[in-house]
Design a protein around this ligand. Structure first.
Ligand SMILES: O=C(O)CCC(=O)C(=O)O
Length: 266
C-alpha cells in the first residue's frame, strides 16, 4: 500500500487556504452524537481503570488527566485516526504522513490547566516543510471559560519557537485567538503553529483527543510497532497498518527510542 492508494475526500479550497495562511481550521459537526458518547464513555473508563498510571506511556501534566497509546486500547479509536476528511487536510499539510500518537487530554475543572505557547514536539519545519500536524477532537464544547485552545495565527510560518522568542510564553499574546468550537468539532492544526490549552474556570472537565501525525520520514512520538500488542497489530486493517507504519523499516530515532518529545512537558 502507498499514499497514492488512498481515496481521501477532496478538501475544500477554503480549508486548504486557511491552513496555509493561518495554520488551523475548525470543522464543526464531524463526530456524530452516538460516536461522541461512546468516545467519552471509553476515555472515562480508561481514566478510571488506569488511575494514576493514566498517560504514563508518554507524559503526565499537572491539572489535567491524560491518556496515551490509545490505538492499542480500543478498536473504537480506529475511526479517529482514520477519519477521512481530517486525513485529507493532514495530507495537505504534510504530504506523505503516518500517525505519531493518539492521546487524550482533559483540563481539570477549576484548575490552572493553562499551558505555555508551544509548537508540538518543539519542532521547527525543515527544508522539506512541516513535520507535524494535530487533529484535536473536541469531546466537550471548547469555550473561553473552560480551557479552550489559543492559537497565534500565522506563526507556523515564523520559523521560530515561542520559547526562544517570547519573554513569557505563558502570558497573553497580543495576536492570540481563543478558539470556540462545539463538542463534536475537529480542530486541524499545522502543529508548528504556536498554541496552548488554557485554564479551565468551570466545574466540568474539558476533554479532547489528540490525533497527532508526522511526516512519513519522521519518528513517531509513540513507536507503534513497539507499543501495540501483537493482538492489536494482527487485527489492524490494511489501511490502519499503513497509517501506523506497522510494516515499515523504523526510522533511526524510533529504534533508539529517542523520539518521545513534547513541546513543553518534561
Ligand atoms: O487544549 C488541548 O487539548 C491541546 C493542548 C496541547 O496543545 C497539548 O497538549 O500539546
Amino acid at each position: 500500500m502507498a499514499m497514492e492508494d488512498f481515496r481521501f475526500p477532496k478538501p475544500l479550497v477554503a480549508h486548504e487556504e486557511q491552513l496555509d495562511r493561518l495554520g488551523f481550521v475548525v470543522l464543526p459537526e464531524c463526530i456524530d452524537e452516538r460516536l461522541l458518547e461512546k468516545l467519552i464513555q471509553k476515555v472515562e473508563d480508561l481514566w478510571e481503570r488506569e488511575d494514576e498510571l493514566a498517560g504514563s506511556e508518554f507524559r503526565l501534566e499537572e491539572n489535567t488527566r491524560r491518556l496515551a497509546n490509545l490505538v492499542n486500547k480500543s478498536r473504537l479509536f480506529d475511526q479517529v485516526v482514520l477519519h477521512g476528511y481530517s486525513l485529507a487536510l493532514v495530507h495537505h499539510i504534510l504530504g506523505e504522513f503516518k500517525l505519531s500518537s493518539l492521546n487524550a487530554r482533559s483540563a481539570n475543572p477549576m484548575s490552572a490547566s493553562g499551558q505555555p505557547l508551544h509548537c508540538d514536539g518543539g519542532f521547527l519545519p525543515d527544508q522539506q516543510g512541516p513535520l507535524v500536524a494535530n487533529v484535536v477532537w473536541c469531546l466537550d464544547d471548547f469555550n473561553i471559560d473552560n480551557g479552550t485552545l489559543r492559537i497565534v495565527p500565522g506563526t507556523h510560518l515564523s520559523g521560530t519557537l515561542p520559547q526562544g522568542t517570547l519573554k513569557n510564553p505563558e502570558t497573553t499574546h497580543p495576536d492570540e485567538e481563543l478558539i470556540s468550537a462545539k463538542a463534536g468539532s475537529l480542530i486541524v492544526i499545522n502543529a508548528h503553529l504556536w498554541h496552548s490549552g488554557m485554564e479551565n474556570r468551570t466545574q466540568h472537565p474539558r476533554r479532547a483527543l489528540h490525533a497527532y501525525y508526522c511526516r512519513r520520514d519522521q519518528p513517531q512520538q509513540q513507536f507503534q510497532q513497539r507499543m501495540l500488542s501483537p493482538a492489536t497489530q494482527q487485527e489492524a486493517s490494511e489501511l490502519l497498518r499503513y497509517i501506523l507504519a506497522l510494516d515499515e523499516m523504523p526510522v533511526d530515532a524510533e529504534i533508539r527510542h529517542a523520539n518521545s518529545l513534547s513541546g513543553f512537558l518534561k
